[in-house]
Structure formats: structure tokens, C-alpha cells
Design a protein around this ligand. Structure first.
Ligand code: GCV
Length: 670
């Protein structure tokens, strides 16, 4: 196999050579009901070819039908069964054949990737068996890539999509698309939601040819390409004086624009829109609401089968820190709840998992399930903006599982976030999950080699929300490394513990933030305390935390009663969220009898010490990991430990100085 200058991530077949085996002498791929000319089937065949060549040095034959396959060859049959659910697959195998059955090409492709995954994990081909169905219809990646090549909140180099305000298409693009399809991602937004400068022109002749080429490469792997949209395009591109969604010239402008766009880009999935948020234009300017804006676009795109994904990250980012009544956490619900049922069928609201912004611990957004008559999807972030910049190890599947399993009480059954965003709760066809992606043009794609577990994990979890974080971590580790059983377990447990460790040495008990402003790496306890961003911890000499109860901002009241009751009461509130909902005195006793201040000291000392242990465990894997990967991850751990020390000492010193209460254990606080 040709070696590329970029990593093949979990699809590095060459790396597994000699570590896995296949006892079949010759292999033939047979199609039963699928067309060999279909673009996705062609990709599926080429992937099988690559995999067998790379893993086992075996050439595989392609037969037009079952009869023409060589009699003694082991058959991989890709069979169509129209009665199966879209994008699902079934795998059955015996000593003569392995059969992947699906109703559509995407299902067949995912089934083939499942077979490859199992082969890479050392399973014998005739022992592979599966029946899998997507939990979510939409499984998307959101790039925050800018056309100048930079990436907003990117920690893995520059964009591989753009350079110098132009689109770059290379073999790397195709590999990226393969990786995404291998974890069943079926939609990708290729540009930042903050659409500015050249990116506004992605819907013009300047870029149609290249965007079209990209839509085709994506389509080869069953993926739809989406673009982020500038709501002010009628002004910026069309020279109109306004972008008011109820203005007839604006409406006509969008009608004409989408007609033009779909003529040039027939495979386009639709658009993602950030409006009225952090300086982006939107309907509020004209006294219109969010539904007016979304529906105007939804109506214009409907004739082409496109969809509008409208973000709910709408809040006032010019708050006065003295104002204790305004609460950023409330904003999404306040703006959108009253519009429930008012959005068109081809519009879907994309809601961040928490009400603030991708902190290491937040409650679940009350808007999820608060809306019952509107299409909604979950947005998470695998770019580690607030969770360590892909320097610190922070495997996020345990957090995402908590989010998905959260009971909203929006109805008697089928009321978890997983139920709602999959469309199961209310019968929505448009539903799903999106992740702000963590890739860049670094050779290893994700900066930290171990951060690829989040890239892999998100896709797997979005396809099957029943998978456990641990199963996903194990799959990824087995495909990406050549470790023995015990060593794999060590790597998996490093991943599994990493989120809790990060949480311990950073901001305590759900308070969040305390990060270096703008950059969002490293501590700055008061960095945002007197700012306009609505992100306050309200610490004084007696206590810390934001009162979001009925006596405070009232945020806790946005949940269904079962959750409100718990959140509103400091004795019932889940402890990990205590400071998100309550202002708590430093000397208040927590459930285990420790005072709050002692908990803060202990968790920060523990978190830093546990980060050091993570590094020690990694060092123990040295003999089994490629030297370059080993050294690069070591370097990340050195930085993580420096960061953890800084967090530990700054947080502990800050609260010691505020409270004047010493650490019971007499450890060094500055
Ligand atoms: C793309 C946070 C980030 C911004 C990001 C924004 C969003 O505020 O810091 O960089 O902008 O979220 O999700 O739109």
C-alpha cells in the first residue's frame, strides 16, 4: 500500500498486517440486487479491496453474479432486502460465505465497514454476525473551518478544506470522507457557522464547481454535504438594503438563490444557520422571531428537498455582569419554547447539549424535550474547546452517554434525550446528532493521537446510541493500535477515566468557565467574571455558585416538574451540578460530610495526581506503540500535567484567599 503523509486513523490496514489473519484462500465479492455501477457500491468494493490487500495481502475478485464467482472462493455477498429499515444492515456468516444484507447502499457500506472492523479486531470472518439499525437519521459533523485556512476552535492545525480563500480537494479529502463513512456519518457541514468574507460566496459561481466536486466525493460514500449560510446574504451578495425574512424582495432573492444553488449543486443536503448569535445577523434586527427566519429559508429550499438546520445558540452576549437577573442559561428556552410547533417540516432546530456552551459539566438543555412539536437535533462538541484543546486527554463519550440517557419527563415513556433527538418520542423524520469536529491538517488529524477516539466515538454513538462508551473505546483502540488484551484494557481505562480527571482539576461542581478568556485553555478564575458574556461564578468570601432557582434566575423552572424539583433544592440537586444551580457557602457540608471548600481542595489535588497516573500508564505502553505516536502523546501528557498543576494551584489559591479557610490536610496552597 502507498503510504500517505497523513495517518489512516482506525483504517490503517497496513498497520494491522501480521497481527490479524484470514484463513480463506480466495475471496469473491458478489452483488445480489445492488448495481455494480452505483457510486456507493463502487466505494464499498474499493474499500474491501484495500482492506484485504492491506490486512492480509489478499486480492479479492468481483463477480457480476453468484454464478460467475469462482466455485471455491469464499464469498462476500452484498444482498438487497427492501423490507429492512434505511441504513440498517444484517450480517450472517458461515464457512462458505459472509452475507451483508441491507435495503440501501448506505446500509451495505456500513455493513462492509462492520466486517472490516471485526477483521481488524481479530474476529474470524465466518464468526462475524450483526444486526444494526441507525438510532438517528441525521449523523452529522460540523466543521468550523474558515476559508482562509484557519479553524475556529481548531486544535489540529489548519483546515484541509480551504487555503487562501479557496477550496482544496486532494486525496486527503477522499480519505477523510472514507473515515467518516466508516463510522456511518451521513452529513457534513464544511464551513464555519460564523459565515464571513469568502465563505459568504460559497453559494455563488465563484465556488460552485469545487463545491459540486466535493458533493460528489461525499456522495460516493453516502454522505450529504451541507453549507453554513450567511443570513445577511441578500445584503452582502444581493445588494438589497435589508435581510428581513418577511420582506418580499428578500423572499424572492432567496427563492432565486436556492433555484440557482440546486441547479449547480443538486446533491447538496441543505444549510446550517447561526443567526442572532454572537454578532451574526438574524431576524431580530427586523423585529421578527427565529421561526420567521428559519421558515423563510425552509420554504425557499423545500422544492429541492433541502433542509434548514437552525441553531438555538441564541443569547445576549452583551450582558452587564452587575445584572443578576439576566441568565444566559435561560436564553435558548426563552427564545424558542414559545415557537414550538411553528417551524416547517423541513426545518430542524440544532440544540447544544447544555444551556451554556460545551463546558465539562452542564445540565442538559431544557429545550430538548421542552419542544414537543418541533424537529430537534443534539449538538455536541468533540473539538475540545473547553475540555483541554486536544492537549489534555478527555474522552467525551461518557459525557455524551449521560446526555443521551437524561430523562426529560416530557412524556411518560420514550422521554430521554436519545429518544427525542432520534425522532422516536414524537415521530419526527428529521432528527439526529451533530458534532463540532476536532480535525485539522495535522498528519494525525486530531492533534493528540488519542483525541481520534472522540472522532471515531461520535460517529459510532450517533449510529447506535445503545453502544457503551467502553465498547466504543475498545473498538477504536483495537483498530488503531496493536496492543495485547491487557494493554488494550489499560488504554481503554485511561480514556474512560479521563473526563472525570479533567473535571476534577478544572472548574468544580458544574460552575464551568474560569478559563483564559477567548482562548479557553488554562485557568483564569475571574477571566470572565466581569465581562459581557454572561458566564459568571459569583464567588465571594462566603460562597460560590449561581442561584438559578425560583429565588434566583428561575432557570431551574424551565425543566419538567420532576427535574425542577431536584434542581431547585440544594439538598436534592445532583452534586456534580450543585454550583450551576445554587450559591453555596464554603462551609456547607456535602453528601459525604466534607465541606464544599474541602471538596474543592481535594478534587483539585486528586485530579492533578490522577493526570500524572494517566501519563504513567501511557509510559507503560511504550514497547507496544509506534515510537512517533508514543513520543507525541508523551509530549501532550507533559503539557496536560503542567496545565493540571496550574488549574490545581490557581483554583485552590483563589478559593483559599477568598474564604480564608485552610485545607484540612495542610497541603501546599499559595
Ligand atoms: C463558532 C462558542 C465558541 C465560538 C463559536 C460559538 C458557536 O461561543 O467560543 O467560537 O462560534 O460557540 O457555537 O457558535
Amino acid at each position: 500500500m502507498n503510504k500517505t503523509t497523513w495517518s489512516q486513523l482506525w483504517l490503517d490496514y497496513g498497520k494491522k498486517k501480521g497481527h490479524v489473519s484470514c484463513d480463506k484462500e480466495s475471496i469473491a465479492v458478489v452483488l445480489d440486487g445492488f448495481s455494480a455501477e452505483n457510486r456507493v457500491i463502487k466505494s464499498l468494493k474499493s474499500e474491501l479491496e484495500k482492506a484485504f490487500d492491506g490486512l492480509f495481502d489478499k486480492k479479492i475478485a468481483f463477480a457480476d453474479d453468484a454464478k460467475s464467482a469462482e466455485e471455491k472462493a469464499y464469498r462476500i455477498t452484498i444482498a438487497k432486502n427492501d423490507s429492512m429499515a434505511a441504513e440498517s444492515y444484517k450480517i450472517e456468516a458461515d464457512s462458505k460465505t459472509i452475507k451483508v444484507v441491507a435495503s440501501c447502499e448506505n446500509g451495505a457500506l456500513y455493513g462492509v465497514f462492520h466486517v472490516i472492523r471485526e477483521l481488524m479486531r481479530g474476529t474470524a470472518i465466518d464468526a462475524i454476525k450483526a444486526e444494526c439499525k441507525p438510532s438517528n437519521p441525521l449523523r452529522m459533523m460540523n466543521h468550523w473551518d474558515n476559508m482562509d485556512g484557519s479553524i475556529e476552535r481548531g486544535y489540529s492545525g489548519e483546515s484541509f478544506f480551504y487555503e487562501n480563500n479557496d477550496i482544496v480537494i486532494s486525496d486527503r479529502t477522499r480519505d477523510y470522507v472514507r473515515f467518516m463513512a466508516s463510522v456511518a456519518v451521513n452529513g457534513i457541514v464544511i464551513n464555519n457557522v460564523n459565515v464571513k468574507d469568502a465563505a459568504s460566496y460559497l453559494i455563488t459561481d465563484r465556488f460552485f464547481d469545487k463545491v459540486r466536486e466535493l458533493t460528489e466525493i461525499f456522495a460516493d460514500y453516502g454522505i450529504k454535504l451541507y453549507l453554513s449560510l450567511n443570513f445577511a446574504s441578500p445584503i452582502e451578495l444581493g445588494n438589497l438594503p435589508v435581510c428581513d425574512p418577511l420582506d418580499k424582495d428578500v423572499i424572492k432573492w432567496w427563492d432565486d438563490k436556492f433555484a440557482e444553488v440546486y441547479k449547480k449543486l443538486p446533491l447538496l443536503g441543505g444549510f446550517l444557520v447561526k443567526a442572532d448569535s454572537e454578532g451574526r445577523p438574524g431576524p431580530f434586527t427586523y423585529g421578527r422571531n427565529q421561526a420567521d427566519g428559519a421558515n423563510m429559508l425552509g420554504k425557499a429550499i423545500a422544492p429541492y428537498g433541502g433542509i434548514i438546520i437552525w441553531r438555538c445558540f441564541v443569547y445576549n452576549c452583551t450582558q452587564d455582569w452587575r445584572d443578576r437577573k439576566t441568565d444566559r442559561a435561560r436564553a435558548g428556552y426563552d427564545y424558542f419554547k414559545e415557537l414550538d410547533g411553528k417551524f416547517l417540516d423541513n426545518v430542524i432546530l440544532q440544540i447544544k447539549n447544555g444551556p451554556m456552551d460545551f463546558q465539562i459539566r452542564e445540565p442538559i438543555s431544557p429545550l430538548i424535550g421542552g419542544l414537543t412539536k418541533t424537529n430537534q437535533m443534539l449538538e455536541v462538541q468533540i473539538a475540545q474547546e473547553y475540555t483541554g484543546h486536544q492537549i489534555d486527554l478527555c474522552y467525551l463519550m461518557p459525557m455524551f452517554k449521560e446526555v443521551l440517557n437524561f430523562k426529560t419527563y416530557c412524556q411518560k415513556d420514550n422521554d430521554t434525550v436519545a429518544d427525542i433527538v432520534s425522532g422516536r418520542s414524537f415521530g419526527n423524520k428529521l432528527a439526529g446528532m451533530a458534532a463540532v469536529i476536532n480535525t485539522g491538517d495535522n498528519a494525525n488529524w486530531t492533534g493528540n493521537y488519542l483525541a481520534a477516539a472522540n472522532l471515531y466515538g461520535f460517529g459510532r454513538l450517533a449510529y447506535d446510541t445503545e453502544l457503551s462508551s467502553e465498547e466504543i473505546a475498545k473498538e477504536w483502540a483495537e483498530m488503531s493500535f496493536n496492543l495485547e488484551g491487557e494493554e488494550t484494557n489499560k488504554l481503554v481505562s485511561m480514556l474512560m477515566n479521563s473526563r472525570e480527571i479533567y473535571e476534577k482539576y478544572t472548574s468544580p461542581l458544574g460552575i464551568g468557565w474560569m478559563v483564559t478568556p477567548h482562548e479557553h485553555y488554562g485557568p483564569s478564575i475571574d477571566g470572565y467574571e466581569y465581562s459581557r458574556w454572561g458566564t459568571y461564578h459569583r464567588a465571594d468570601h462566603l460562597g460560590i455558585g449561581v442561584d438559578r432557582t425560583d429565588k434566583g434566575t428561575g432557570y431551574a423552572q424551565q425543566y419538567y416538574p420532576e427535574n425542577t424539583e431536584n434542581y431547585n433544592d440544594p439538598d436534592k440537586c445532583p452534586e456534580e451540578l450543585l454550583l450551576f444551580f445554587h450559591h453555596i457557602a464554603y462551609d456547607r457540608k456535602l453528601k459525604d460530610g466534607r465541606t464544599l471548600i474541602q471538596y474543592i481542595y481535594d478534587s483539585h489535588f486528586e485530579g492533578e495526581a490522577e493526570a500524572e497516573k494517566l501519563f504513567e500508564t501511557w509510559k507503560g505502553l511504550e514497547a507496544h506503540v509506534e515510537p512517533e505516536v508514543f513520543a507525541s502523546v508523551c509530549h501532550r501528557f507533559e503539557m496536560q500535567i503542567a496545565n493540571a498543576k496550574e488549574w490545581r494551584d490557581q483554583v485552590n489559591s483563589y478559593f483559599y484567599r477568598k474564604s480564608g479557610i485552610p485545607d484540612e490536610k495542610g497541603r501546599e496552597i499559595y
